[in-house]
Design a protein around this ligand. Structure first.
Ligand SMILES: [Ca+2]
Ligand SMILES: [Ca+2]
Ligand SMILES: [Ca+2]
Length: 495
């Protein structure tokens, strides 16, 4: 099996990076000949394969580069139980999904990304596989007594072979109550996804082998870990240690691993970063779901802007200020309705302002593909639109494209934004003014106005300010800044 001769080194820091997350099947179709290789191609059915693939992503790398993307996170790329388009139902952990392309094409994707200075992040699953096993009896309601498991189809089994043993899977049936911590760990998802006995040493050892193999053979740079809260916490210390050790051997000494912790209480996510809960080898970061929820209320549903200040206080208390700068933040993703779907005829500026906040407040931003169009789809699967069917999908002339590319550029330029302190100077129901500063560097001020009237916000009197919006730099002649309706301003302050 192909192995790279040299490996792409890790960046020194991930904090100033901009992530982009694409549902691979829905992004760019670069090769129509692979579309029906799983017999599941139906461009009109939102639950079936639409044709996006590795060749398409590779073609889009220059576009992503000009968008300002540093890290590309793709939905899982492994072979699926029934050719699922979304990737979260793996059957063979050592093969690529044929409708996405070949292993060689994925290597080409990573190589091309690296040539453009873009890192690649794999979506990793250890909690479950696709739905190949069920109870022999046919019943599958949650049952703590357990069922006898059997393959649904004897010709459709797990790979690697070591997984072809029903003893390695939990046998209690579907989760009936998500508030029962036992069911959260040991139950099957409603789709019937087979839940690994992640507490079993054979599973633990094999998962480490599998996911190390992917780094060694594809030269990827980071992992996003799916469904982390559905795996007992004692699994992670050795897994993270093993992955980091392998990556280091290959010259990747800052391999980034972040967890999907789908929680709306910060302490539940914080345990993944806390050595007292998880062990010495913690995750590097988690998705900040509480901030997502607040952004949805404020920018998606016209909630009071003061909520942003409240969630900041909570995030700060739970994670600490330094860690808040490392949390993965997002306005949209594949599990949630798009921001502009919450209100009928939503003002498209709301998404722009949410992106401004997401890029300039603490945390590492992840742009969900299609924010640059912008897409407006509601619940899954409506939020997994076909990017390649839009008009000129790779055009760099779209308004949101220009905004994202500008925001990504200032994250790299000003350390205050990626590493600095966060101070809310003014907030009311409709607007916010905050400051990001780092050591002796020039502080950045960000003003956001969510009302339909122009607002005047006062800055500290002592200081000379420059408006930096879209890198158009102009001196501010007073210490007040006027912000257009549904507009924003980004300023630098000379000391
Ligand atoms: Ca295709
Ligand atoms: Ca589980
Ligand atoms: Ca199953």
């Amino acid at each position: 099996m192909y192995k790279p001769k040299t490996y792409f080194p890790s960046p020194q820091t991930w904090q100033d990076k901009t992530f982009y997350f694409a549902v691979t099947d829905r992004f760019i179709d670069g090769d129509s000949t692979n579309n029906n290789l799983s017999g599941n191609f139906d461009p009109k059915n939102p639950y079936k394969v639409h044709g996006g693939d590795f060749k398409g992503v590779t073609k889009a790398i220059p576009y992503l580069k000009s968008l300002g993307v540093d890290v590309l996170w793709l939905t899982p790329i492994q072979k699926q139980a029934y050719g699922e388009y979304h990737g979260y139902a793996i059957s063979d952990f050592y093969s690529v999904n044929p409708t996405l392309g070949t292993f060689g094409e994925f290597r080409e994707l990573v190589k091309t990304a690296h040539e453009y200075g873009i890192y690649v992040c794999l979506d990793v699953i250890v909690n479950h596989s696709g739905d190949l096993l069920n109870a022999k009896s046919g019943k599958w309601k949650w049952n703590p007594e357990g069922y006898e498991l059997a393959y649904k189809d004897k010709k459709k089994k797990h790979f690697p072979k070591i997984f072809q043993n029903p003893e390695l899977f939990h046998n209690y049936g579907n989760v009936a109550d998500w508030n029962d911590p036992k069911q959260v760990l040991y139950g099957e998802f409603p789709g019937g996804l087979d839940d690994f006995k992640t507490e079993n040493p054979i599973v633990r050892e094999e998962m480490l082998k599998i996911w190390s193999w992917w780094i060694e053979h594809t030269d990827v740079d980071a992992f996003r870990i799916d469904t982390a809260k559905h795996v007992e916490i004692s699994f992670w210390n050795d897994f993270i240690k093993g992955i980091k050790t392998k990556a280091k051997e290959l010259g990747k000494d800052n391999f980034w691993i972040f967890a999907e912790s789908y929680e709306f209480e910060d302490h539940k996510s914080q345990r993944f970063l806390n050595p007292d809960s998880i062990g010495e080898n913690t995750f590097d970061s988690v998705l900040n779901y509480t901030l997502w929820g607040t952004q949805k209320e404020v920018f998606g549903k016209n909630g009071s802007v003061r909520k942003l200040a409240e969630i900041w206080e909570e995030n700060k208390k739970s994670f600490g200020e330094t860690t808040c700068n490392k949390l993965m933040t997002f306005v949209e993703n594949h599990d949630q309705p798009r921001l502009l779907s919450y209100q009928e005829n939503a003002n498209p500026n709301l998404l722009k302002l949410a992106l401004v906040y997401n890029f300039t407040a603490p945390g590492i931003p992840i742009v969900y593909y299609g924010a640059e169009i912008p897409f407006k789809g509601g619940n899954d699967p409506e939020n997994r639109e076909d990017f390649f069917k839009t008009e000129n999908p790779l055009s760099t002339e779209k308004e949101n494209f220009k905004l994202i590319s500008y925001l990504a550029s200032i994250r790299k330029k000003f350390r205050g934004i990626s590493e600095g302190s966060f101070e809310i100077y003014f907030v009311d129901d409709k607007s916010i003014l905050f400051k990001r500063s780092f050591g002796p560097e020039k502080p950045i001020w960000v003003a956001i106005n969510l009302s339909n009237e122009k607002v005047k916000l006062d800055l500290p009197k002592r200081g000379i300010y420059y408006q930096n919006t879209y890198n158009q730099i102009a001196m501010l002649l007073s210490s007040s800044v006027f912000v257009e309706p549904y507009g924003f301003e980004i300023l630098t302050q000379e000391r």
